[in-house]
Structure formats: C-alpha cells, structure tokens
Design a protein around this ligand. Structure first.
Ligand code: NAD
Length: 314
C-alpha cells in the first residue's frame, strides 16, 4: 500500500519546505498539509490543506480517516523563546499534540510517526563541545523540558507498544523560504534579510555565542532519509543527534562581509542569550552517521552563498 502523509504544523518554517519535498516524492494528493492557520501560496496551492488543531485528537482522526493517512509528521510546537513567555501553553501544546499522535499510532490508525526534538534537550550541565548522543541532560527551558519528556515518551511507545516513531534533535535551522517561528537561533535567519536589504542588523545574541546550526536543505533531507531507512536500522528511538555547522553571530557576520562590505551589526543580547548559553556549541552525531549514513552537505560558505542568492531573487 502506498503511504499517505499528514503534516501537522505545515505552515511553519520547516513545514512549508518539507511539504514541498514530500509532495515531489509521494505525489501531491498523498501529502496532506495542515495547521491552525493558512500557509503561504506555494503550500496552499500545491495539494490538499486542512485546518487542524494538533491538540484536538478527534479532529486529527477525522482527517486521518478521510485521506487514509498512514504517517503523521508532527511539526506543531511552541518554540524556545516564545515558550519562555508562555510556559504552561508551551508545555500543553508540545505534550498533548505528541500524545495525540502517539496514541493514534498505538490505536492502529497510523503506522509511522515523525516528531522533531531539539538541541534544547541539553542544559548547562551537558558537555558543550561535541555533545554525545547520551549524556547528562538537565534542560532549563520549558521548551527543552518538553522536548526531553517527548523523547522519553517516544522511546517508551516504541518499546512498550512497538510504535515506529522516529526523531531528530534539530540544531538551529536556516532557510530562505519562510520566517522562523520564535526560537533562540532565529537571528541566523534574520541577519540575511537585513544584509540583502542593505539595512543594519541588531543581534539579540552576543557576538561569541557559538551554537549548532544547519541549512534547511540538509534538515529536510535528514528527515526524508531517516523516514525512508529500514526500521531495523533505527537504533535510537528517543531522538538522534544531528550535526552540520557551528558558528557565532560574529563568524556569520564576517562571512557576509565579502558580499555586503558595508553591512553593519550591533550586539544587544536579551533574554535569549541565557537560553543560548545553556545549549551546546557543537554536536556528536556519529549515531546518525553510523545507523543511517547521515552526512551534511552544506558548509558555512555554501549556505551563505545559497541563502543570499535565493533571498536576492525572492
Ligand atoms: P514554526 O513555529 O515555524 O511552525 C510551527 C507551526 O505550528 C506554525 O505554523 C503554527 O501555526 C503551528 N501550530 C501552532 N499551534 C498549533 C496547533 N495547536 N495545531 C496545529 N498547528 C499549530 O516551527 P518550525 O521551526 O517549523 O518547527 C517545527 C518543529 O521543529 C517544532 O517541533 C520545533 O520544535 C522543531 N525544531 C525547529 C527548529 C528550528 O530551528 N526551526 C530547531 C529545532 C527543532
């Protein structure tokens, strides 16, 4: 039987690009986009779209049955920076949406689940450099707490009920197609918009704050490769460390100067600085490399060139 995928939270930063790629692979009518708000024109016009609240289990089930959905990709979440403003809402959304999807799999309505975790599962007591797959994890943000709890529930549902759930710990994601949704690494997208518009940039992180990052093309490819891997090869059922780049705001700024020699930056760290400082600087993703041959393709220069090229043409 062919697969039909439902994406919850498809109108966000990752959802738009992931939906487009999945529609190219599986066919437009086999990839149902959904969100609580409409997406951009490309998303809305390229295949089926449904308004679904990911906290409404019956609403999800209705659409699962309508389209004979076999896989759910759950992208709806409240991200790190917004989560600190609304802790209870972040916890409720991030956990109830995950339980809804895991329970639909447990009840036999769907076969596969993709759910992204984050580097936010690590905390100040985790190693900073090349943080291993398994280590001390004491996250200090509500977002990180919800992601770490979610990981443990994914592993539990896999072990206890045999649910085929797969997950990646995304670093900060950088793409040109849509705006980021309230995370601590959003500066690394915003800076490109200002550079291309020939405007000065005010950075909310300090200049030497190194964080793990990844170009969106690599992130989307990672999701698809993980989901297409033979189930027996997936050894990590909590969430895989996933690495690509690590840089500071200063390094990113300097990499833009050859293209925009007059570009100016000012550093005004705000509450997000503390969040960033609680996270690792770089990731050891050898489990992903060994289990399903993960390999990033974009280094800093290639990413900067691609971002600038696409934003100039946008
Ligand atoms: P985003 O904020 O851009 O998109 C999330 C989408 O979810 C939005 O379109 C929003 O309208 C939707 N949404 C919110 N509440 C909803 C609800 N109740 N029901 C249905 N939809 C709802 O986020 P993103 O950057 O696309 O992130 C997607 C996932 O990837 C999240 O789980 C996030 O934690 C994870 N992640 C993202 C990054 C990153 O850098 N973007 C890094 C690590 C992990």
């Amino acid at each position: 039987m062919s697969e039909t995928i439902l994406i919850l939270g498809a109108s966000g930063q990752i959802g738009g690009e992931l939906t487009e790629k999945l529609r190219n692979i599986y066919g437009s009518n086999h990839v149902i986009a959904s969100d609580i708000r409409n997406g951009n024109d490309a998303l809305m016009n390229s295949g089926p779209f449904e308004i679904i609240d990911a906290t409404d289990k019956d609403g999800i089930l209705e659409v699962v049955q309508k389209y004979k959905v076999t896989q759910i990709y759950l992208l709806a979440a409240m991200l790190s920076a917004t989560g600190e403003q609304f802790p209870q809402k972040a916890w409720d959304l991030n956990m109830s949406s995950l339980f809804n999807v895991l329970n639909l799999a447990k009840d036999g309505f769907i076969k596969y689940v993709f759910w992204p975790s984050s580097i936010a599962v690590f905390g100040p007591s985790s190693p900073k450099i090349n943080v291993p797959q398994s280590t001390i994890m004491e996250p200090t943000t509500v977002y990180g707490i919800s992601k770490l709890s979610g990981e443990r529930w994914c592993a539990y549902y896999n072990k206890k009920y045999g649910i085929d759930v797969r997950s990646l710990r995304f670093p900060g994601l950088i793409g040109w197609q849509s705006s980021p949704g309230g995370g601590t690494t959003d500066y690394a997208v915003d800076i490109f918009y200002k550079a291309v518009a020939h405007q000065p940039f005010e950075c909310f992180l300090a200049e030497n704050t190194a964080l793990p990052m990844m170009y969106m093309d690599d992130a989307i490819r990672a999701v698809i490769e993980l989901m297409e891997t033979d189930s027996k090869k997936i050894k990590v059922r909590s969430s895989y460390n996933l690495g690509a780049l690590s840089f500071t705001p200063k390094t990113l700024y300097e990499s833009l100067l050859p293209l925009f020699p007059n570009f100016e930056i000012k550093y005004t760290p705000d509450f997000r600085q503390e969040i960033a400082e609680s996270w690792p600087e770089s990731i050891d993703d050898s489990s992903a490399r060994n289990d399903w041959d993960w390999q990033p393709q974009f280094d800093l220069k290639r990413m900067v060139d691609d971002m600038c090229y696409n934003l100039r043409n946008k």
